[in-house]
Design a protein around this ligand. Structure first.
Ligand SMILES: Cc1cc2nc3c(=O)[nH]c(=O)nc-3n(C[C@H](O)[C@H](O)[C@H](O)COP(=O)(O)OP(=O)(O)OC[C@H]3O[C@@H](n4cnc5c(N)ncnc54)[C@H](O)[C@@H]3O)c2cc1C
Length: 509
């Protein structure tokens, strides 16, 4: 019998599930097809003995009444399903010969930074003022609908000059223009890894919009593990008569007269059954290059390829998961996010190079989940992760044994750097595991194992990214690859935008 749905979603990352859940909640018959055995993509965790290993999330913004994606969560009936825990501080930077706690209070940060770097007081004030102004003006443009939106865009050089300038600039250039002290620049860039590997390739506009939200609202973690968000969306889809298939990999988007009409997928179970399903609307949550290079007929794919093949793809992330028999907070740590910038004479112009450097010098962030009631480690134990930029090219051509050896060596070097700061930790390590760009590629199916989609450089960020509606009739996108970009908030917003676009196209908005 022909399997017929209203909407088929390829991939169950946050973008795909958000679009699927919102459309299912508005009465559409939704099918989500996922190649992994569980939903969520990068928003996931896994069990090791009595620990839950968080695989991705350090920090996102909380969803609560009147804030964030609350209305979307409510439409999907999941507004009370997830408990967000506020993180105690934004981050703490450990420089070679300086430290700074970036608190959740902007005025307090401005004061303490000015005390620490008095000759940069003017630049510090300008930095925060610019970040907030760029964000607020962008939101003003964004909130206008229809003709008012178009007029706002046209008038933006006069009314919103900061938005226009930031569209073509980078955070690296902005800091070089306004701040003298390299240590101060590195402090301001403490969480740069959330956006990319090179401050001179991160759009100032994208950075400002994302940072302003953290500066104003603080960060949050999901109690019990980030998989709870995709699990809640998936449950909502099923409650609304949708279907979620796991361990099924989409191998083809079926088209007729250039229009998307369905998908072909193969079971990853022993039987390897090949099936087809049909729908008048297809949402690709899988990476856009997968759609153009593998899933679509090359002739049909050519309008998307022409536009986006030249886009550079973002880096991947290496994660070292560490289980301890005692929480790190009892071994000397008092911060949730610790940024290791332990290189002498750090200069932000060298960040890109450093992010490719040896594991003895590559910057990383330690996220200590024992600082919150995260419920990841059993009572009395601790769980933390180290995260750093990673690149598939460093791993993909290694033999299996060389790969394992290099992973072990990398983990030892990184753990050693942590133990320098917390010497007692060494005697309390229960288990260490490493995920590389190669692991990310296997689990997410993203080119290069990227977690960012296209790099967020000026001409590839926000409005320059693909929108929800693809040039192929009936094919839509919802993922970190589209507007507005990566991150939990970015991917969920992309799904929300995609669902709104589809509802609008169907006349059910
Ligand atoms: C290690 C790590 C740490 C991170 N930390 C943070 C953080 O602290 N804060 C934050 O905001 N963001 C963080 N992110 C980024 C954020 O998680 C991602 O940007 C976001 O979740 C991406 O969502 P997505 O919708 O693009 O889908 P993805 O997560 O990329 O998922 C895509 C899904 O599609 C499936 N798929 C692909 N191809 C097929 C196919 N052919 N057939 C069937 N299924 C397919 C994949 O299996 C996967 O489940 C992190 C990411 C990683 C990897």
């Amino acid at each position: 019998m022909k399997k017929q749905y209203d909407i088929i979603v390829i991939g169950s990352g946050l973008g795909g599930l958000t679009a699927g859940a919102d459309l299912a909640a508005s009465g559409k018959k939704v099918l989500v097809i996922e190649q992994h055995f569980r939903v969520g993509g990068s928003a996931t965790s896994f069990k090791r003995k009595d620990f839950i290993y968080e695989a991705g999330l350090h920090m996102t913004t909380a969803v609560k009444e009147g804030h964030g994606h609350y209305e979307l969560f409510k439409r999907c009936g999941i507004e009370n399903k997830i408990k967000f825990l506020a993180v105690p501080e934004f981050y703490h930077v450990l420089g070679y010969d300086y430290e700074f706690t970036f608190s959740n209070d902007t005025e307090n940060n401005i004061q303490r930074l000015s005390d620490m770097f008095p000759s940069d007081t003017k630049g510090i004030k300008k930095y925060f003022k610019s970040i907030f102004t760029i964000n607020d003006q962008t939101m003003m443009i964004n909130e206008r609908k229809g003709i008012k939106f178009t007029l706002s865009l046209l008038a933006s050089p006069i009314l919103y000059p900061k938005v226009l300038n930031s569209l073509f600039s980078t955070i690296g250039k902005f800091l070089d223009r306004n701040i003298k002290d390299e240590r101060l620049k590195s402090i301001l860039l403490g969480n740069m890894g959330y956006y990319g590997d090179d401050p001179f390739a991160i759009s100032l506009l994208f950075y400002a919009v994302a940072q302003a939200s953290y500066y104003r609202n603080g960060g949050a973690y999901v109690q019990g593990g980030s998989h709870q968000i995709p699990d809640a969306f998936a449950e909502s889809i099923e409650k609304n008569n949708g279907t979620i298939l796991t361990m099924q990999e989409v191998t083809k988007i079926l088209t007729q007269d250039g229009k998307a009409i369905g998908v072909e997928y193969i079971s990853k179970r022993k039987d390897a059954t090949i099936s087809q399903a049909f729908a008048p609307l297809i949402v690709a949550n899988t990476a856009i290059p997968n759609v153009t290079n593998d899933l679509l007929d090359p002739k049909v794919a050519s309008p998307i390829k022409k536009k986006f093949d030249k886009f550079k793809i973002g880096p991947s992330i290496m994660t070292v998961y560490i289980a301890l028999d005692k929480p790190l907070k009892e071994l000397g740590n008092s911060y949730y996010s610790l940024v290791f910038y332990d290189n002498e004479n750090l200069k932000i112009k060298d960040f890109a190079k450093l992010n490719h450097s040896d594991f003895s010098t590559r910057p990383f962030i330690l996220c200590d989940y024992s600082q919150l009631d995260s419920k990841l480690a059993p009572e009395g134990k601790g769980y933390l992760v180290l995260s750093l930029m990673d690149f598939l090219g460093d791993w993909e051509d290694l033999s299996e044994s060389d790969y394992k050896f290099k992973k072990k060596e990398a983990a030892e070097t990184l753990v050693e750097r942590v133990c320098k700061r917390f010497p007692e930790m060494r005697d309390h390590i229960e288990h260490v595991e490493v995920a590389t760009a190669k692991t990310m590629k296997r689990f997410l199916r993203t080119p290069g194992g990227t977690a960012y989609g296209y790099e967020n450089s000026p001409m590839q960020a926000l409005i320059f990214r693909p929108g929800a509606k693809s040039p192929i009739p009936n094919l839509y996108f919802a993922s970190a690859w589209t507007l507005p970009g990566p991150g939990f908030g970015g991917a969920i917003t992309s799904g929300d935008i995609c669902s709104a676009q589809i509802k609008n196209d169907l006349g059910i908005a």
